[in-house]
Ligand binder design. Structure first.
Ligand SMILES: Cc1cc2nc3c(=O)[nH]c(=O)nc-3n(C[C@H](O)[C@H](O)[C@H](O)COP(=O)(O)OP(=O)(O)OC[C@H]3O[C@@H](n4cnc5c(N)ncnc54)[C@H](O)[C@@H]3O)c2cc1C
Length: 67
């Protein structure tokens, strides 16, 4: 999907980062992605900024695992 968030709703885990069973890292990616989102929410001044930073940081990691 083109974006992982809309307004104050953001996707984590398999909803945005499901990988093939052969990769065997879906749970790890889900937990780590949740950590990145929580960390950005704690640091950022707004939810919009936090969810944008989360996707900017985490999406390339997920896409690399998918490849
Ligand atoms: C056979 C198999 C083996 C796997 N092996 C590994 C492994 O070795 N290592 C690894 O890291 N990952 C593995 N995975 C992947 C891992 O299980 C998933 O990536 C991980 O569970 C995703 O977590 P999640 O919280 O995003 O989604 P889920 O665990 O799917 O949780 C989503 C939850 O939402 C609930 N739900 C759905 N719809 C609604 C609704 N409308 N309202 C309320 N609740 C709803 C569901 O009941 C579910 O509890 C495996 C997966 C499978 C199927």
């Amino acid at each position: 999907m083109p974006r992982w968030s809309k307004d104050r709703v953001a996707l984590v885990g398999d909803a945005c980062s499901a990988v093939s069973l052969m990769a065997g890292q879906g749970a790890s990616l889900g937990m780590a992605g949740g950590f990145v989102l929580a960390d950005q929410l704690a640091r950022a001044g707004s939810v919009d900024t936090a969810v944008a930073a989360y996707e900017r940081m985490w999406r390339p990691v997920v896409e690399e695992k998918r490849r």
